[in-house]
Design a protein around this ligand. Structure first.
Ligand SMILES: [Zn+2]
Length: 288
């Protein structure tokens, strides 16, 4: 008989956790999609540059209003293009981590290429921070079994890209601090024009209701509310106001653990093996 999963063990007195995570993509996905070509239009480039210029600062100011710290994942090319970003975030007390070099799709690369990208990302991170990175978030939330092994080999403490549980778990020896699409700003608000995105951006009111409903659900089931924002998307005025309303709502409860993903991974590492929700990283045949 299949066993009903137990509840996740949060620190004493907490029933669920809240992480404010930020993927500082800027123009990196546009560069990856157009690799080997010259980007000739300024439109999407400028829209994405809004992220490092304005959006990032609005998000860190918002976090400061709540004395909260975020987990910021920065692609290597963004850290090299804007070398002030990683030191700025660290000085403000935020967590920073890896997010590819060119925001590569890891399932489009060979294991050897993934190893090279990871080593380049780690070297870039060290150059700007003087530290070894703790956390990894894969671009576009894709991962391969080989890459899980590469992260473990390089002493990366955790990944935050998968959705196999909605609380932390362990996949092939790597701590996973999971994400979910419903809590990603891009699926509601990303709009690049030129017919790329077929729907107009969602109303902040509708998204507020969905996020509050998910938050209340995570309190009920004892899970992780992992919000993911992008400065070029959520740095826009109406979305900052939406995020402020959401954080006000969450701050009304004292049984919610406001933490960085690294703090959650550190907590997960202290649990007994039987409480880690261990799974393998096997692929399945397409004809299963
Ligand atoms: Zn990204």
């Amino acid at each position: 008989m299949h066993q009903h999963p137990r509840k996740y063990n949060w620190p004493e007195g907490k029933t669920c956790a809240f992480v404010f995570s930020v993927d500082v993509d800027a123009q990196s996905p546009l560069m990856w999609d157009n690799r080997g070509k010259k980007v000739v239009g300024l439109g999407e480039l400028e829209q994405r540059r809004f992220g490092p210029r304005q959006g990032l600062h609005r998000l860190t100011d918002l976090l400061a209003e709540f004395s909260a710290r975020g987990s910021f994942y920065v692609p290597g090319i963004v850290a090299d293009t804007y070398p002030e970003i990683l030191p700025f975030l660290i000085e403000r007390g935020h967590e920073t981590g890896l997010h590819g070099y060119y925001h590569e799709r890891v399932d489009q690369l060979t294991p050897q290429e993934n190893a090279e990208v990871l080593d380049r990302s780690i070297a870039t991170y060290k150059k700007h921070t003087g530290q070894h990175p703790l956390g990894y978030r894969s671009p576009a939330w894709e991962l391969t079994p080989e890459l899980v092994g590469l992260l473990v080999e390089r002493a990366i403490s955790y990944d935050s890209s998968l959705m196999g549980y909605d609380h932390p778990y362990t996949i092939a020896g790597l701590s996973e601090v999971p994400v979910q699409w419903v809590l990603d700003d891009a699926i509601y608000f990303k709009f690049s024009g030129g017919g790329k995105d077929p729907w107009h951006p969602a109303s902040p009111e509708a998204v507020f209701n969905r996020w509050v409903e998910e938050f209340e659900g995570q309190r009920e089931f004892g899970g992780l509310f992992m919000l993911t924002c992008h400065p070029w998307i959520s740095g826009r005025a109406q979305r900052i106001r939406l995020l402020r309303r959401l954080m006000r709502h969450i701050s009304r409860y004292d049984d919610v653990w406001w933490a960085t993903a690294a703090e959650i991974a550190a907590h997960h590492a202290t649990l007994d093996n039987g409480d880690k929700f261990n799974v393998g990283a096997d692929l399945v045949d397409t004809d299963f």
